[in-house]
Design a protein around this ligand. Structure first.
Ligand SMILES: Nc1ncnc2c1ncn2[C@@H]1O[C@H](COP(=O)(O)OP(=O)(O)OP(=O)(O)O)[C@@H](O)[C@H]1O
Length: 267
């Protein structure tokens, strides 16, 4: 019973999950618990299994073994489509499908549409107001009338996150949101994600990245992956250490921390 109560606040509860595809082990015996008010960073080198884990947390795919609960629902025993409507997901693969000629406001508001299967003419004024408020929150309200294809990469990333938040998800998963941004674009995004992390009304957050420099202040926990396995997990300050990063990336690294931001370089 105590165990059930413990689980009530868990948005992600991975219990020894493994993923095998085409004879390859993508995830190996991963256990990971995320609570409602936590903001997690998932860090690891290319091919570590980060996107695979995110896709399971987004109820897009199942583990091969182990048990996975998302928002209290057990994958394999629940309606995955229904569950997906409660999770916001932002990935490069999803955004590649956004038509360039779509207006920025429509890119955001159609998130509500695709989830509930409504037709375009049935958007109500609340949806439009919410889309505009999210564009404002991410500093791109002035671009609402522009077509998505004309935006810079940094502007697109901010619109993508606004879109992922449109459905008011209970869990927001962001896969490398700062990838491909220039320094100014990255810093702007880090600040906005930091504000989101510090908002008590924000959903539980999981941010996948390759770089400790991209960890926004306000994030609370980190999961380090290498070769599909967990190297370390827990509170950010205990987890993002030189020792753990060295083990994660397989080369001697020195981590520094200054004013809420991490940096890493070869030791
Ligand atoms: N369907 C599949 N069949 C076989 N191998 C796969 C399949 N999907 C992914 N992989 C491999 O699994 C490993 C983990 O992939 P994943 O995309 O989860 O890693 P990642 O940590 O997100 O990497 P990156 O940082 O490069 O995006 C990679 O080596 C990838 O090539």
């Amino acid at each position: 019973m105590a165990d059930l109560d413990d689980r009530a606040d868990l948005v992600i509860d991975a219990d020894a999950i493994s993923v095998l595809r085409s004879g390859k082990t993508l995830l190996r015996d991963v256990s990971w618990r995320v609570e409602l008010d936590e903001r997690w960073v998932v860090l690891g080198p290319n091919g570590a299994g980060k996107t695979t884990l995110l896709n399971i947390a987004a109820a897009r795919t199942h583990p091969t073994s182990g048990t996975m609960h998302v928002l209290g629902e057990r994958l394999g025993r629940t309606d995955m489509h229904e569950l997906r409507t409660r999770v916001g997901l932002s990935t490069v693969a999803l955004h590649d499908r956004i038509p360039g000629e779509e207006s920025v406001r429509d890119v955001v508001v159609t998130a509500a549409w695709s989830v509930v299967g409504r037709f375009r003419e049935e958007y109500d004024v609340h949806d439009l107001a919410r889309a505009d408020a999210l564009l404002e929150q991410f500093g791109v309200a002035g671009l609402a009338e522009r077509t998505y294809g004309t935006l810079s990469e940094g502007e697109r990333k901010r619109v993508q996150i606004a879109r992922a938040l449109m459905t008011d998800p209970e869990l927001l998963l962001l896969d490398e949101p700062a990838a491909g941004l220039d320094l100014g674009g990255r810093e702007d995004l880090v600040q906005r994600l930091s504000a989101l992390a510090e908002d008590p009304d924000a959903p539980a957050l999981v941010l996948v990245t390759h770089h400790v420099e991209e960890i926004p202040p306000g994030f609370s926990h980190a999961l380090l992956l290498r070769d599909g396995g967990v190297v370390a997990a827990g509170l950010l300050g205990d987890t993002i250490t030189s020792e753990h990063l060295t083990a994660t990336f397989g080369l001697p690294l020195r981590v520094t921390y200054d004013s809420g931001r991490f940096a890493a370089r070869a030791a």
